[in-house]
Ligand binder design. Structure first.
Ligand code: SER
Length: 314
């Protein structure tokens, strides 16, 4: 039996599209989707799916053995806004899941891991414009703390046990197939759903000039797969990647190009406090040097693709 790739968190925003793209590349039957809940019908119908709780290491081992899994993409996580509400649950899930997978590699049961980190590792002391790869990292959110701890554990396992684990610090990811759950950058997805409804208006939970690094899903998926396929990676690095930065106001203006009567209002809530600690823009030179990374999709194309994806004629 040929070796397989397991995606944990396949019903989530990134997991959904990762499964579909990996199935295109490696064949439907070679990509095992798994999540604690069923997902998108395309994922459920195009190949194998296992119901799986990422905190249960015995169940993960059963699935790994059953399908002869050699690579795992661990996409299950509690995101930033929910993590502030339930810190211990977020810490337990984000950390225990990672240990479960790192230990499979340490025990030589699997041989490659992708683990997503985030721009949320950066905090208020970090230079916020063109944030460098190596800089002051003192996260100020529960989610950021879990991601930075995770980066350090990946680095530790990689050095101490020689395992192959790879990470990207994702910016906010914009897509239409599966909605994100519980993040601070979610406004930039919600806005499109509201913009095409009858009243063409959206009340944003971040203030108008809150600039954050963002990326269209296709670029995020390409980056992930490109990093995993690269044969140039020698040491563990949680890579900065970037595509564009915009504020709610700038996104609204970009949407108004296609929906002229679209209106945006602002009512900042507690998520503003999270966003205020994150970078405005990211320097991804090292990813470019090490594995040739470069984003392809800019703001106008993102807006057009989102509206088309949601069946709005542009
Ligand atoms: N999109 C994530 C969030 O907002 C950031 O990694 O929590």
């Amino acid at each position: 039996m040929t070796s397989k790739i397991l995606i944990i968190g396949s019903s989530g925003q990134i997991g959904t599209e990762l499964v579909l793209k990996l199935r295109q590349i490696y064949g439907n039957e070679n990509i095992i989707a798994s999540d604690i809940r069923k997902g998108n019908h395309e994922v459920m119908e195009s190949g194998p799916f296992e119901l799986l709780d990422v905190t249960n290491k015995d169940d993960i081992l059963d699935v790994v053995k059953k399908h002869n899994v050699k690579q795992i993409y661990l996409m299950a996580a509690v995101l930033s806004a929910i993590a502030e509400i339930s810190p211990q649950r977020a810490w337990a899930l984000n950390m225990n899941s990672l240990f479960n997978i790192l230990n499979l590699a340490k025990n030589k049961i699997i041989d490659k891991i992708f683990w997503p980190s985030s721009m949320a590792v950066f905090g208020p002391d970090t230079p916020s414009v063109n944030t460098p790869q190596d800089t002051i990292i003192k996260p100020a959110t529960v989610y950021g703390i879990s991601k930075f701890a995770g980066e350090n554990w990946c680095s530790y396992y990689s050095k101490k046990y020689g395992i192959d684990v790879r990470s990207i610090r994702y910016p906010g990811i914009i897509s239409y197939k599966t909605i994100p759950g519980g993040g601070t950058t979610d406004y930039a997805v919600e806005i499109f759903y509201e913009a095409i409804k009858n009243n063409n208006s959206y009340t944003c939970f971040l203030s108008e000039n809150t600039t954050l690094p963002m990326m269209y899903m296709d670029d995020a998926i390409d980056a992930t797969i490109q990093l995993m396929q690269s044969d140039q990676i020698e040491n563990y690095v949680a890579y900065n990647i970037a595509a564009m930065s915009f504020s709610p106001k700038q996104l609204a203006i970009a949407i108004q190009k296609y929906i002229p009567n679209f209106k945006i209002n602002y009512k900042a809530d507690s998520r503003q406090g999270i966003a205020d600690t994150w970078p405005k823009s990211i320097d991804d030179t090292q990813a470019n040097i090490d594995w040739n990374w470069k984003a392809k999709i800019g703001l106008d194309e993102l807006v057009k693709s989102m509206l088309q994806g949601l069946h709005y004629n542009v």
